[in-house]
Design a protein around this ligand. Structure first.
Ligand code: AAL
Length: 361
């Protein structure tokens, strides 16, 4: 065997030979693919119900985002503004049919008047729960974004929304709402600006709602994850005293493994692009470094009897491609047919974990 450099020796041990290490490959899907008039992004985890796959996601049809300065009641500031949560189903996970809205925006003055977005789903004891982000009107750079929940007896709805958000930003920090949130006069807690990207897991009789926080006075590249725990799925949720439970990570992607919680941390922080594990759901440790992970991934939720490998809960799912990530995804993925896209619309792709493939073995 040829000798290894120091760099390859420390990579080959903990990473490529770890059962937590994987690569990802991508394939196009039909039904939720690029559409020049519709934004689709931030897919939930996928559920298999009565032989059909279900996914929920952020959807906005109409003009593309124009930025906060030019946003109006009908022009979205960002691709997730003026959006609602829609859902789609599929027989094979490749060809999807959009079914329609699951959660619609609330009336004037409601906590969810401006936008409803970035959902995740949990099925538990015959009931379905959607957790998602909400923002009130009007929108500006520092609009507080919170997390709300809705439940239904069927994945096809109808859904009953919570009367109020169930997780809200910490109330510390001060910033003029017209300023950039990074230019705070008083810096707040790590989750004082917004709470985002909810993901709900049932663990030992309690409901664990993981979320991403952004703080007043922090760059949005410093996002981290926290968790809020409740005895009832509809709350009240109490934030853990150990929050933030990660020092890195953007969109939250968690799955259960051997009584603990595994997570895919991407994009932000010193431990971005790692897979981590917390045996107690709170104290996360990196288990593998990864390359080119799916952005805003949602994975197929599997029944406990199929959960026989650390990455069984990260086998395949959907992710999004945005105007900011399109260039990177196009490179090295000629199979995706993305060469012709030049307008800013976010859309969904399929990803699969490929545990056999490594550039180094
Ligand atoms: C995402 C998520 C949240 C943010 C925005 C839409 O990828 O982190 O959902 O609010 O970007």
């Amino acid at each position: 065997m040829s000798p290894l450099s120091a760099a390859m020796a420390r990579f080959a041990g903990p990473d490529i030979h770890s059962p937590w290490h994987t690569n990802f490959r991508y394939s196009p899907i039909s039904g939720l693919a690029y559409d020049s008039g519709v934004t689709r992004r931030d897919p939930s985890c996928i559920l298999l119900v009565d032989g059909r796959y279900y996914v929920w996601y952020t959807r906005h049809a109409g003009p593309a985002a124009v930025g906060h300065e030019r946003a109006t009641e009908v022009l979205p500031a960002m691709p997730w503004d003026l959006a609602e949560v829609w859902y789609a189903t599929s027989a094979d996970g490749h060809n999807w049919q959009e079914r329609g809205p699951a959660i619609r925006r609330g009336p004037k003055g409601a906590y969810d008047e401006r936008s409803i977005f970035t959902p995740d789903v949990m099925a538990h004891e015959g009931r379905f729960y959607l957790v998602y982000q909400v923002s009130p009107a009007p929108t500006w750079r520092c609009t507080p974004e919170s997390i709300a929940i809705a439940w239904s007896d069927s994945p096809d709805g109808p859904w009953t929304k919570s009367d109020a958000p169930v997780v809200e930003p910490d109330d510390s920090g001060e910033v003029d709402e017209r300023a950039n949130p990074e230019e705070a006069s008083v810096q707040g807690a790590w989750d004082s600006l917004r709470v985002h990207d909810p993901a709900l897991l049932y663990r030992d009789g309690q409901y664990w709602l993981y979320y991403k926080g952004e703080g007043i006075g922090y760059s949005n590249q410093e996002s981290k994850w926290g968790v809020a725990i409740a005895d009832d799925p509809l709350g009240p949720y109490r934030k853990s005293a150990l929050n933030p439970v990660t020092n890195s990570g953007h969109e939250v992607m968690v799955w259960p493994w051997q009584g603990g919680v595994a997570g895919l941390l991407t994009r932000c922080g010193p431990e971005r692009d790692t897979i981590q594990y917390a045996a107690d759901g709170l104290n996360f440790e990196p288990r593998a470094s990864i390359s080119r992970p799916p952005e805003a991934a949602g994975a197929l939720r599997i029944p406990p009897e199929q959960n026989d490998h650390p990455l069984a809960g990260l086998a395949w799912g959907l992710c999004h491609v945005t105007q900011w990530s399109l260039h990177g995804v196009r490179q090295g993925n000629d199979n995706l047919g993305l060469a012709q896209i030049n307008a800013p619309r976010d859309f969904l792709l399929r990803w699969e974990s490929d545990r056999r493939r490594s550039a180094f073995v």
